[in-house]
Design a binder for this molecule. Structure first.
Ligand SMILES: [Zn+2]
Ligand SMILES: [Zn+2]
Length: 327
């Protein structure tokens, strides 16, 4: 089975961050952070449907103009999710240009501002000269910003002396019916199989279940039947963490938020020699990055967002982040 997520960092790790996530089998992609995206082709930019911004320090947001320029002719709306003030920041960017001849362009942008328990959405459309309209404010459960039948993306607020968002992209469980077991038990396929899948995903399998079997019906133990009949594939999880101060509080929050992600994309801005500076700048050292990765049991660690002060000697950062058993 092919992986749903195909993530890659747009730049070398010392450049301004952007993580592109192609979605297998879909005609869209996601982007996390809007640093330097000059390496992305027009085709790749036009595929982006949702952009998730950790915070709007310039190194994470100046790529907005490149998105805007390329997406003027994009018919489908672009959704931007970010922390407190993202609506003000996008409005500010848009008001920096003159839009008197924009009306015939299709571009429209939804901006979603995330607070711990709510999401405030505003809409900007060329038809309305890219002026802001408030759409709604709605409640948010468990930080879920967006979900469909295959995936969900969640946000967690961390501390960068301003609120910064960490993002968890989760593929939902996949269930496939074992055809050979269906034949072996002489079960008749039908809508009951979909119901059984739904009940499995929602953890509502009844203790006894009646299913069509060889022209009549038969009663099975619900859990035993699911175990025999369904091939359950756990979904992939990708976690993105950047621009955070290492603290017990935030390390604990990350641990609760994302256990054992398949890939952790995490900043490693400083080496431990500069730990004091890292604390002052609300960034991680490579050792702290490793501690976070180990703490949550990340299966794979990818580091990025290195301070330019180590240019020519990035090996130091890798050595520190991957000390021990981590590869
Ligand atoms: Zn920052
Ligand atoms: Zn940064």
């Amino acid at each position: 089975m092919k992986a749903l997520f195909k993530p890659f960092l747009v730049n070398e790790p010392h450049r301004d961050p952007a993580l592109y996530i192609d979605l297998f089998g879909k005609k869209e992609s996601f982007l996390i952070d809007l640093g330097d995206i000059s390496a992305l082709s027009t085709r790749k930019i036009l595929r982006i449907s949702r952009i998730f911004i950790s915070h709007t320090h310039i190194d994470h947001f100046f790529g907005f103009d490149a998105i805007l320029r390329t997406c003027l002719s994009k018919k489908e709306p672009v959704h931007i999710y970010g922390p407190k003030n993202i609506i003000k920041n996008v409005s500010g960017k848009l008001s920096g240009y003159t839009w008197n001849l924009i009306k015939e362009y299709p571009i429209s942008i939804y901006v979603h501002e995330f607070y711990r328990n709510s999401l405030k959405t505003c809409f900007f459309s060329a038809k309305n000269n890219l002026k802001k309209t408030l759409v709604e404010t709605k409640g948010v459960m468990d930080g879920i910003l967006y979900e469909d039948h295959e995936l969900r993306i969640k946000a967690l607020v961390l501390d960068h002396k301003i609120p910064v968002l960490s993002f968890l992209l989760e593929e939902k469980k996949k269930l496939n019916v074992r055809k050979e077991v269906l034949a072996e038990l002489d079960l008749t396929p039908g809508p009951w199989l979909n119901n059984l899948k739904q009940m499995t995903l929602l953890n509502t399998i009844p203790s006894e279940i009646t299913v069509p079997c060889g022209g009549t019906t038969k009663i099975f133990d619900g859990n035993e039947l699911v175990e025999k009949l369904m091939l359950i594939k756990e979904g992939e999880k990708i976690l993105y963490v950047t621009d955070v101060c290492y603290s017990k509080r935030d390390a604990g929050k990350i641990k609760k938020f994302a256990k054992a992600p398949d890939i952790l994309f995490c900043e490693a801005f400083f080496t431990s020699e500069d730990e004091k500076r890292a604390g002052e700048r609300y960034h991680l050292t490579a050792t702290q990055t490793r501690l976070i990765a180990d703490g949550i049991g990340a299966k794979k660690l990818v580091i990025f967002h290195f301070s330019p002060r180590y240019k020519g000697n990035f090996k130091r950062i890798y050595k520190e982040a991957f000390a021990g058993n981590r590869d």
